[in-house]
Design a protein around this ligand. Structure first.
Ligand code: PNS
Length: 161
């Protein structure tokens, strides 16, 4: 059994992320989902605590999974969580290009390795950015996130306007 770190912005956590964590828990046993944020430079739509709450709620049934917020570098979060390596999900060739550069950088600076998990084919289109856009304009994202995530996004959009 290994402990792995699954870092991301999770703005919001969605069914594609859930699939990756489910696979990682089956493969490696223990998964720390790391909600990465920069306290000096808050960005995105959902507050960090809301991102944590959503991930925790969506992952509550999977044994061996914990959710934590981290600032700073993913490699430092991996060390702090005592993770053996980082796990990332791959949806598209575009993801691979971005992730490969991060994986090489994380190995170069800290000798932290990255392992990729391919997403289920039916989830390759699911993206937090598209979910935010669709909710913002009132569209249907019920195939990508539960209803309480839509409520949280709508609340954040309303608070901004
Ligand atoms: O869900 P995202 O936005 O694709 O996740 C990107 C994330 C948070 C995993 C990446 O930006 C990250 O690792 N940020 C932490 C800062 C860091 O380690 N930067 C160096 C990357 S090589």
């Amino acid at each position: 059994m290994s402990t792995v770190l699954y870092p991301g912005s999770f703005d919001p956590f969605h069914y594609g992320h859930l699939d990756v964590v489910t696979q990682a828990a089956e493969l490696f046993g223990s998964v720390v989902v790391a909600v990465m944020h920069n306290p000096q430079k808050p960005s995105g739509v959902l507050p960090t605590q809301t991102r944590l709450d959503i991930a925790q709620k969506m992952l509550s049934d999977i044994p061996g999974v914990t959710v934590q917020a981290f600032g700073g570098l993913a490699v430092d979060a991996a060390r702090s969580a005592k993770a053996d390596f980082i796990v990332k999900g791959l949806r598209t060739p575009g993801d691979f290009e971005v992730e490969q550069q991060m994986a090489h950088t994380n190995y170069a600076v800290a000798h932290v390795r990255t392992v990729y998990v391919p997403c289920q084919p039916g989830l390759s289109h699911v993206s937090s950015r598209f979910i935010r856009d669709i909710v913002h304009y009132g569209g249907d994202v019920s195939s990508m996130v539960p209803a309480f995530v839509v409520d949280a996004l709508q609340k954040s959009f309303s608070a901004r306007s």
